[in-house]
Design a protein around this ligand. Structure first.
Ligand code: AMP
Ligand code: ZN
Length: 110
C-alpha cells in the first residue's frame, strides 16, 4: 500500500529495529516505547484494521498470537505481557493492522 509507513518497514524502505520475522509476520520495536519492552507485531500484507479481516485471514491471525507467545517465552522473569490493538480513526494512528506487545517495566494502565 503506497504511503503506508508499516508497508515501507516491511519492504525495508524505512529503517526499523526488527525483533522477529516469519513469512507472513514482522515484529519491530515501537519508535516511541510506552513500556521497557514495546514491540509491534504486524502482518506483512497490508490489512487496515480488525474490521477489514476476512475468514481467510484466520491462520494469519493465529500466527500473530503465536508470535506473541514466542516473544513472551523470550522474556526474562514472569513472562507477563499485554497485547493491544487500536482500531479505527479515533484511536489508531497507523492504518496497518498492528498489535502492541507490551512487557517489562512501566506497563501503561488501560
Ligand atoms: P496506534 O496506531 O495508535 O496503535 O499507534 C501506532 C504506533 O506506531 C505508535 O506507538 C508509534 O510510536 C508507532 N510508530 C509509528 N511510526 C513508527 C516507526 N517508523 N517505527 C516504529 N514504530 C512506529
Ligand atoms: Zn500497510
Amino acid at each position: 500500500m503506497p504511503n503506508c509507513i508499516f508497508c515501507k518497514i516491511v519492504l525495508r524502505e524505512i529503517p526499523s529495529l526488527i525483533v522477529a520475522e516469519t513469512d507472513q509476520v514482522l515484529v519491530f520495536k515501537d519508535i516511541n516505547p510506552k513500556a521497557s519492552i514495546h514491540d509491534l507485531i504486524i502482518p506483512k500484507k497490508h490489512i487496515s484494521d480488525i474490521q477489514s479481516l476476512s475468514k481467510q485471514d484466520g491462520a494469519l491471525m493465529g500466527e500473530i498470537i503465536l508470535m506473541a507467545q514466542q516473544l513472551a517465552r523470550e522474556l526474562s522473569g514472569s513472562q507477563s505481557f499485554r497485547l493491544v490493538s487500536n482500531n479505527g480513526p479515533a484511536v489508531q494512528l497507523v492504518s496497518h493492522l498492528h498489535f502492541h506487545f507490551l512487557a517489562g517495566k512501566n506497563l501503561p494502565d488501560f
